[in-house]
Ligand binder design. Sequence first.
Ligand SMILES: [Zn+2]
Length: 295
Amino acid sequence: MKIYIMTDCEGVAGVLNSRDWGHADGRYYDLAKELLTQEVNAAIAGFAAAGADEFLVCDGHGPGAINPVLLDERAELLRGLVNGYPYEMDKTFDAVAWVGQHAMSRTPQAHLAHTGSMRKFEYTVNGLPVGEFGQVAMCASELGVPAVFGSGDRAFCAEAQALVQGIETVEVKRGTKLGRGDDCDAEQYAARNVGAIHLHPVRAREKIRIGAERALRRFQQEKFGIIPLQPPYEMIKRFRALGDQPPAMVKARHPSSVIALFQNIPVDPPAAVKPARPHPAKKVGKKGRMAVRKK
Ligand SMILES: [Zn+2]
């Protein structure tokens, strides 16, 4: 069995905030990479115990969060998501799993919640709010690859179970900040969901190993993990204010493919046009015409 493992940094036990742990110049960035990689190895150990023998680990965190040296040598590592969705996933995979995943923007009690970046307010597909997990899970469902396992904070686990019936989840921490943060601009939202209660990393890995094995064994008995998708698809992305950029929205449709929809909708809104200033007086040349620069 061949497993695709999507990974992220913010849903890992012991990753305490984004600034110090998730940024390439953060003081605990290297430690965060080690913590994520060990959680991924725990999932691989669990899947292998249930019969999996091929693993593609996708490093999905912005600046990267897998340490290739520490990664289980049975796995191949994908880094550089140059082709967009579905991130080199195809029909040859038997299942897809998530490690270190966080919940979508606006989720209460969700540690470091966001969708792509802190500017995103909400993404919906056919009216249903989706986060990073939901987008990849929908691509996988279109390819016929079942979503069987996910680990991250408690809010992520609830999000995964609400979208994918039967998915096995493992909670490694729980966010403490109440409310959705709907009044925040991007900067305020980034500073918001920083409270959580974490399991010890060793305990988190043990839970992940057991959960991953259970997921794959259960999957071989009772099929689950495919989202019933209903074309046509409409996606709406709403954005928070950022600096001098006001809140914004983009919308796209596709008659038959969520993958094509995610590939084609803009990642960011077009920059808002600055309020028009009065034209400076035109300089007029000696002959009474504007000078024309030749190419
Ligand atoms: Zn993420």
